[in-house]
Design a protein around this ligand. Sequence first.
Ligand code: TXA
Ligand code: MG
Length: 323
Amino acid sequence: MSARVLQADAPGAIEEAAGAIRAGKLVAIATETVYGLGANALDPFAVARVFEAKGRPSFDPLIIHVADAAMAREWVVDSEDALAFAARFWPGPLTMVLPRVARLPDLVTSGLPTVGVRVPDHAATRALIRAAGVPIAAPSANRFGAVSPTTAAHVLESLGDAVDVILDGGPAAVGLESTIVAWESGEPVILRHGGLARETLEAHLGRALPTRLFASGLPEAPGQLKRHYATQTPMRVVDAPEPTSDRALLVLCGPAPRGAGAYTQVVELSPAGDLREAACRLFATMRSLDAAGLRGIDALACTRTGLGAAIMDRVERACVRDE
Ligand code: TXA
Ligand code: MG
């Protein structure tokens, strides 16, 4: 059976989707980062269906989505400083990993003593969470290891048979997953680069932020696996054009350089060199290049500053082939 696609601004859509969440169904939710595969975080059976639908080989911890910082407070403990920090960036592409209350099902957190929580910057989705009256646990709404979805159509394509409802809230405005920050001994630590640039967090703190992309002692986190976000067409990173037949050049930021014309296809994510525009278009472009049936995709590297860190992180993971 195929998913029911509801336009988020259609009359009754939020209420219908909220009813589905309360009934233990799977609802794909729009966020500013990527679409999420959502379920009632308090219903272990519904959460189990999320893993089943994604085809995740293991139970990995999920992010819970809440309507505001006050709702986040209900599910974490001893985190006033961390929540004060997060409040500056919520709603927005920031997930905080914080000590959790006991009454969240273990399946949500993979039994960890912490939970990832965020307030998405999407009004319809916050309205859905309020109407459902429960936090919504959601990983990105793609099959395990594949490119994350930034439109409702992407979700329908890859998970259409596995989700009950897709709440179409338009294309994702940021286009990259959230930045994940843990709070350890009163200190923020970046666990995943994402849609909120490290520099923005550092400017707020007035100092440098430590980064620990591979957290030890955690179950393997999918966003932290070497190979992830992958296209079927082999991808590689290049610093300058190296055209061979039947390949595409994906210019991550800025205009295509000289020599690009020899590629079969050239796509510039942001000819004007705007990293936000590049981030926003990255996943959808990877999907359409993947569908072009070429022999390979060369991604022309961009800066690693600002959103460039998350863009390069996603592209490099997409390039890792099975060893
Ligand atoms: O932007 C996003 O974060 C999107 C949207 C839908 O909100 N969600 C998303 O979820 O990217 P997912 O499951 O694809 O990635 C979440 C990452 C995973 O790598 C997971 O292991 C990690 O967050 N994570 C979740 N809870 C954690 C915890 N308690 N400690 C450490 N890592 C955690
Ligand atoms: Mg994901």
